[in-house]
Each structure stands twice: as structure tokens, then as C-alpha cells.
Write a protein that binds this ligand. Structure first.
Ligand code: ACM
Length: 415
């Protein structure tokens, strides 16, 4: 590959500056690690294929690979192929960190697509911040993060709850039971939920957390029966979603009287538990598989052709897919020798595309995404029926639960 004169001069300028301030040669080698090389763009794919959140993360891996394959078969990015390096961090935050270090330092990936749980995102965050690399995170999460090294394409609490909580209160009543897995995401998401409930004059009858991977919900169900809430608000994740729904149904509880309202139950968990266990329960998310748009028809058909007719798409696999196209749009703007993580981060600001859910945009201030919230009810056929669709895309406000604090391009203000 010919080195352009402009790039040669730029490299010389960096070298000169580093020498002038006495940086060790090791620093120069490290600075040079994450850069597209040899006509290839290496990226990491870091989703669990095993362990408690393997149930959902293996579909995020599949959506990411599908997008990469589509881009490559259409000629790549400016003629360069994307080369994925796939790792299985086995639902374990420490393994996430170890694999992230490998992808950044040994494999020299210019970006990594990964994580379902916030626990795993928090575990890899120092790896990306220390090396000024870039992590693309497709999952709904609790907000309250303002990193220059993460691109967030899933929903934050204001995008899932602002419409959902008042809708639930109006429809079912004011007594809420909060049940979540025991880690940062459910705790912070419930923090936001409680603020909304308070404004609406609603009440939390119990707030309870179970360990990740928990599968025995009889004591939770006893407490639900004793407290008789109007709504069970669930931020339980992974295999536990399946266990909770099945045991709820086995206990004879009725979704018409006491539904579960979830931010983490997608078509994927519904497929695992069976449509009958899910039917009648509600989810709020920016994407459902039944969404009607030409882009979604294409996505679902391509996903099923690649991975099997029985496979479902859902509100985390959809951002896993479209964020690779955001990556493409950003990298397309760069000369081959400029494809580094900080340049990709700068080039993705304000990128817009028509995703399966509708037009989405990467907000330049906080590196989160404008999305289209929806409210839907699960059906026994395994799909959701959308009951409320947004008329406008919604701005991501990762600090909505913390008035006065805001994530801006210059960093977190008001903290
Ligand atoms: C999550 O942990 N962000 C679902």
C-alpha cells in the first residue's frame, strides 16, 4: 500500500514531538498498536457464548458477525476487509477484562464490539480508557457513564422508562414490586424507576435483588403473593428471566391482574422460556422483531438465512447489527493510515443511518444514540405486539436520574 505524503508527514510530526519530550520508544510502539494495517481492519467481537448470559450474548455475536460479513461481501470499507477476532468471555467479568486486553494489545484491534451486562462493560472499561481504544456497547443499560472510549447504541433509562412507567401506572395501578439481578444495572435502573414512581404518587411495595444466574424464585413469588402489587417491574437478566417467568406461571399468577413489566425480556428470552410463559407480560424497548420497515424485513431475512429460520432478532441484537454499520460510516471517512480508535470515535459523532427500528443518530455530546421507544406485550407465538410506538426519536440522557449532571463533549459536568 502506497503511503501518502500527507500521512508520511503526519507520522514524522508525531515521531518528532515524541522525541522532543523524551517519550520512551516503548510508548511509540504502543501508540502504534491499534491501527488498521495491511489492507485489513481488525476488530474484536467480545460476547459470551457460554455462561449465564450466553443465552442472549451468543445472538449479539451472531448479529455482529452478520453485519461484518455483509459489509465485507459488499466490498469492505474503502476496499479493506473487516477481520473479526472472536473471543468467548464466558459471562465472567474478569475473563472479559483479560480477553479485552488481548484484543487491544496482542491482536491490535481498532475497536471491539462487546458486552451484555454492565458488570462486564465496567470490567473492560479501564482497558479501553488506558489505551485510548474504542468499545462498542449495544445493550440497554443504566446510564451514568461518560466515557470517551465507549460508543453506546442501546437504550438508557429515559428511553425505556419515560413512557413506560406512566403507561403502567395508568393501566394497572400504583403498587410496584421491583425485582432485579444483583448488580449495578438493575440497581441504577430501579433508582430511575423510583424517581418516576414518586412523581406519579406511586408506591414500591418491595425492592429485591437476586444473584446473577439465580433460578429458584419461590420465595420471591411468595413475597409477591403477600404484597399483591399491581405491577412486577423486572430487571432480572440472563437465564433468570426464563426461570422467573416459568415459576410465575407455575404459581398460578395471572398477567391480566399482576403483569410483569420488563426492560430485559426480549424475543430471545421468550424463545427460551416458551411463548406461553411470556404471554401477557410487557416490555419497553426501541425495537421488536415485528417492527414493520423495509430495513427490518431485510435484517430479519438476512439473520434467519445466515443463522437459521427458527432464530429471532431483538432489541439488543438490532443495535449489535446497526452499530457495525455506524463503525463503517465512521471508518469510511478516514484515510487508511488514519484508522485509529480516537479518529474512529471522532468520525462517528453525528453519524446517522436508517436502522431496522428507524433512523438513529450517534449523539456527539455523549456518544449515546437517539432511539425510538416502544411498549409491547408478549404473545404466546413468541412475538410481541407493539401497543405504543413513538412519534419521535428520543434523545439519550445518560444522567437523567442525576439532575445537574450532564455528559458533554468536554466530559462530565455538574458532578
Ligand atoms: C445490562 O446489564 N446493561 C443489562
Amino acid at each position: 500500500m502506497a503511503i501518502k505524503r500527507r500521512d508520511f508527514i503526519k507520522a514524522g510530526a508525531v515521531l518528532g514531538a515524541a522525541t522532543a519530550i523524551g517519550m520512551p520508544s516503548l510508548w511509540l510502539k504502543n501508540a502504534d498498536l491499534a491501527r488498521a494495517q495491511g489492507g485489513e481492519i481488525k476488530v474484536g467481537v467480545l460476547f459470551s457464548l457460554t455462561g449465564t448470559t450466553g443465552i442472549i450474548e451468543e445472538s449479539l455475536n451472531k448479529a455482529t458477525i452478520l453485519a461484518i460479513e455483509e459489509i465485507n461481501s459488499a466490498g469492505g470499507i474503502n476496499g479493506m476487509q473487516i477481520v473479526p477476532v472472536i473471543e468467548d468471555p464466558a459471562s465472567d467479568p474478569a475473563t472479559f477484562a483479560e480477553k479485552a486486553r488481548k484484543l487491544v494489545l496482542s491482536d491490535k484491534c481498532v475497536s471491539v464490539f462487546g458486552s451484555y451486562t454492565s458488570a462486564s462493560r465496567k470490567a473492560v472499561l479501564p482497558v479501553f480508557e488506558k489505551r485510548n481504544n474504542l468499545y462498542w456497547y449495544p445493550t440497554l443499560y443504566e446510564g451514568r457513564e461518560c466515557s470517551k472510549n465507549v460508543i453506546y447504541t442501546g437504550a438508557v433509562p429515559n428511553q425505556q422508562q419515560d413512557e413506560f412507567i406512566p403507561w403502567l401506572v395508568e393501566r394497572f395501578g400504583k403498587k410496584f414490586y421491583l425485582i432485579g439481578s444483583n448488580y449495578i444495572y438493575p440497581q441504577e435502573e430501579n433508582n430511575y424507576c423510583k424517581k418516576l414512581l414518586e412523581k406519579l404518587g406511586a408506591e414500591v411495595v418491595n425492592e429485591e435483588y437476586v444473584p446473577l444466574g439465580h433460578s429458584e424464585f419461590s420465595s420471591v413469588i411468595n413475597k409477591i403473593q403477600n404484597t399483591q402489587p399491581n405491577v412486577i417491574f423486572s430487571t432480572v437478566v440472563g437465564d433468570s428471566v426464563v426461570a422467573l417467568h416459568r415459576q410465575y406461571r407455575a404459581a398460578g399468577l395471572d398477567p391480566e391482574k399482576m403483569p410483569m413489566a420488563s426492560l430485559t425480556t426480549s424475543e430471545n428470552e421468550v424463545a427460551a422460556m416458551g411463548g406461553d410463559a411470556a404471554a401477557g407480560h410487557f416490555t419497553s424497548a426501541p425495537y421488536f422483531m415485528v417492527h414493520q420497515s423495509p430495513e427490518n424485513e431485510k435484517f430479519v431475512a438476512a439473520y434467519q438465512k445466515r443463522w437459521g429460520d427458527d432464530k429471532v432478532t431483538h432489541f439488543v441484537s438490532e443495535p449489535s447489527y446497526f452499530q457495525v454499520y455506524m463503525f463503517k460510516q465512521a471508518v469510511e471517512k478516514l484515510a487508511a493510515s488514519d484508522i485509529t480508535p480516537p479518529n474512529i470515535r471522532d468520525a462517528v459523532k453525528d453519524v446517522e443511518l436508517i436502522a431496522p427500528q428507524g433512523r438513529v443518530r450517534l449523539e456527539r455530546e455523549n456518544l449515546h444514540t437517539w432511539l425510538w421507544p416502544k411498549i409491547a406485550v408478549a404473545q404466546s407465538n413468541g412475538q410481541f405486539e407493539v401497543l405504543k410506538d413513538s412519534t419521535e426519536w428520543q434523545k439519550p440522557e445518560p444522567y437523567a436520574a442525576y439532575p445537574g449532571q450532564e455528559c458533554l463533549e468536554e466530559g462530565l459536568v455538574g458532578a
